[in-house]
Structures are given as structure tokens and as C-alpha cells.
Design a protein around this ligand. Sequence first.
Ligand code: IMP
Ligand code: MG
Length: 175
Amino acid sequence: MTENYGQTVKVLFTEDDIKHEVNQLGKRISFDYRDKDLLVIGVLKGSFVFMADLVRQIDLPFELDFIKLHSYKGVSSSGNVNFDLDISYDLEGKDILIVEDILDTGKTLKKIYKSFSQRNARSIKSAVLLDKTSRRTENICADYRCFEIPDNFVVGYGLDFDERFRALPYIAKLD
Ligand code: IMP
Ligand code: MG
């Protein structure tokens, strides 16, 4: 237990746990995309820390960009997902890897897949830091993931609760 923003949090994954998983994931992606035209697309804001660490473990030439969708307010999702920031250039022939902080109901990732699949990309896959499988309402799964977690609200390493806790170097459960 540690104290942040006056709130007690329980560490689930330490900096070292995360580093190990992200390094492994970077190696897998480097191998799987060796003959491809990789475009890594981070979903703001939650993925920004994961994205920064992950791309530095990809030992290939690639491009990167960001998109942003309407985010969570507090602990419950509105279920309504819309683009705030999109990619405007041609995706033809690109092998897209979407990088998300957490796969929860799956609504966000579903919306992204639907949008990108209409734009002639050669392939679309996803890499998520965290996967809350038990919360899924959409028929979707991630191609790569670092950790599966139970139905807890988590913060840190990019993830927020009302915009706080994003800069914690570990992933923690809110009490
Ligand atoms: P989905 O559309 O329900 O899959 O929600 C995905 C988004 O919800 C993530 O990108 C997060 O921004 C947010 N989210 C879901 N669970 C958590 C959590 O435990 N902590 C922080 N954000 C979360
Ligand atoms: Mg997010």
C-alpha cells in the first residue's frame, strides 16, 4: 500500500514487472513485423507511457502516430465512443498496430477497428497493456497483451482516475 493524491493504492505490477513484459512484447513485435510496413498507433491519453516504452523495444523501421477517443469520466464508461483526434492520411498497405492502455468492455477497440478497416490498411492488430477479460461486452480480443487483470479499477503507467495518477511508474489498484 502506498499513498498518492491523498488516496491509498495497492501496487499490482511494479516497474520491473512492467519492464519485463514490455521488453518481451517488443521482441515479439519486432519478429512478427520484420517483413511488414509497420505503423504503430497509440490511443491517447492512456497509452502514452506504454507506447513510449514499447516503441523503444521495437528493433525495426516503423512509423508512429496517435489517435484520441472520448474517454472515461470517473470509473464507469458512458459506452459512447467518438474520435477526438483521427489520422487523416492514406493507410493503404500499412500494417497497423493499435496500442491501448486497457481493454475493458472492448467498445473503444471495436470502434477503432471498424474505422480503420474501411481505410485499406493491409493488416490491423492490437497490443494492450492490460486486459480485463471478464468485463468484455464486445466480441473482440487483443493480439498482444502484457497482463490480464480482474475487474478492478487500476491507475498508473499512463492510466488515470479523473486525470490523476497517470505518472505513477507502477500499476496500482484504487482502494
Ligand atoms: P472500453 O471501451 O470499455 O474497452 O474502455 C477502454 C478505455 O476505458 C481504456 O482505454 C481506458 O481509458 C478506460 N478504462 C477502462 N478500465 C480502466 C481502469 O481500470 N483504469 C483506468 N482507465 C480504464
Ligand atoms: Mg484509454
